[in-house]
Design a protein. Structure first.
Length: 337
């Protein structure tokens, strides 16, 4: 690995550390007036899409580093299993803990205690319980979908990215046409396909500094900003015909987000060791905050949340997540090719 790649990876770890704190903040029970005052729709709300952008970016380098040249190599059984285990092992450990812990303390009754093994399996496949549980199925789907995105963009460059955008848009239309409910919609990776493609494109190409690219960037961000204002600061979202679920992170908001992230990954080489540690453990911290907020809601109550509860939430989730990572990561390293 070159010094530049090492610097870039450390910077991304640092950025992921910031993002996971944003996730904890996003799920903390703050008043809507505070969210609006601190313009959450323009930064905090984008924590998960930003994670997926970085995932597309890093996985592109992984494929390049391994010199994978075709689909057959990308879908090598050992390669796919390794990537799945990277997420499924910590998730499975977390899921068992979640099921046991919340039954012992009497909070959580959905699953085997109430409905049997079938409900337990359903819970497992849909990401468990808690804030952001849909993210686990999304990252597992990404293992299988990403090579298709990568080779499309690798072959067709910007045209390939536009094709990914149209597939993402098509999913939104199909969702509306067939009356897909929010529970089904949130679990499928297609709603995040374009932001993943943007991460892939950022890894593979440095666009030329031409006037048309500058105008494209300005136009993209303008559309994205107008879309965010429309859906976050007016009542238009209540009457939307297509973007009816998770409007703050839907397709057209990515037009605002992607150029910002593109500049960050190309220009940011800042290092901060504590945040890098947090970033490396970000998936584990994500799992911890899912369970934590179930407990927090039951034992503390959303109505009493204040600054001390917020600081406690961040510290507890981060500390336990890092410990979880340090215990599990040595086992994962043995599975790597």
């Amino acid at each position: 690995m070159s010094d530049q790649e090492s610097s870039r990876n450390r910077s991304i770890d640092m950025l992921k550390g910031i993002l996971i704190i944003e996730v904890i903040t996003l799920h903390f029970p703050l008043a809507e007036s505070i969210r609006s005052e601190f313009i959450f729709p323009f930064w905090i709300n984008f924590a998960v899409p930003s994670f997926l952008f970085f995932s597309g970016y890093v996985q592109s380098f992984s494929i390049e580093r391994r010199k994978i040249q075709c689909m057959e190599e990308a879908y090598n059984k050992r390669f796919i299993i390794e990537k799945c285990i990277r997420f499924l092992l910590p998730y499975s450990i977390f899921f068992v803990f979640e099921q046991i812990f919340f039954r012992v303390i009497g909070i959580y009754t959905v699953g085997i205690v109430r409905y049997g093994l079938l409900a337990l399996l359903f819970d497992y496949l849909t990401g468990g319980k808690g804030q952001g549980s849909y993210f686990v199925p999304i990252v597992i789907q990404m293992v299988f979908v990403f090579p298709l995105v990568y080779f499309r963009i690798k072959k067709h460059r910007f045209r390939g990215l536009i094709e990914i955008f149209l597939i993402n848009l098509g999913y939104e239309v199909i969702k509306q046409a067939y009356g897909m409910n929010d529970a089904e919609y949130r679990l499928l990776i297609f709603r995040y396909l374009f932001i993943i493609g943007c991460g892939c494109y950022a890894a593979l190409y440095d666009p030329e500094k031409k006037l048309k690219n500058i105008l494209l960037t300005i136009g993209s961000m303008t559309v994205g900003i107008l879309f965010i204002i429309l859906f976050s600061y007016t009542s238009y979202g209540e009457h939307a015909k297509i973007f009816t679920y998770w409007q703050n992170t839907s397709l057209f908001t990515v037009l605002y987000l992607a150029p910002i992230l593109f500049v960050i990954v190309k220009k940011c080489h800042i290092k901060c060791r504590p945040l890098e540690i947090v970033g490396k453990a970000s998936f584990y911290i994500f799992l911890v905050q899912m369970a934590y907020y179930i407990y927090f809601h039951s034992e503390v109550g959303f109505q009493t949340a204040g600054i001390s509860e917020y600081i406690t939430s961040v510290l507890v989730c981060v500390a336990i997540g890092i410990l979880f990572y340090q215990i599990t990561d040595p086992v994962l390293k043995r599975t790597r090719i």
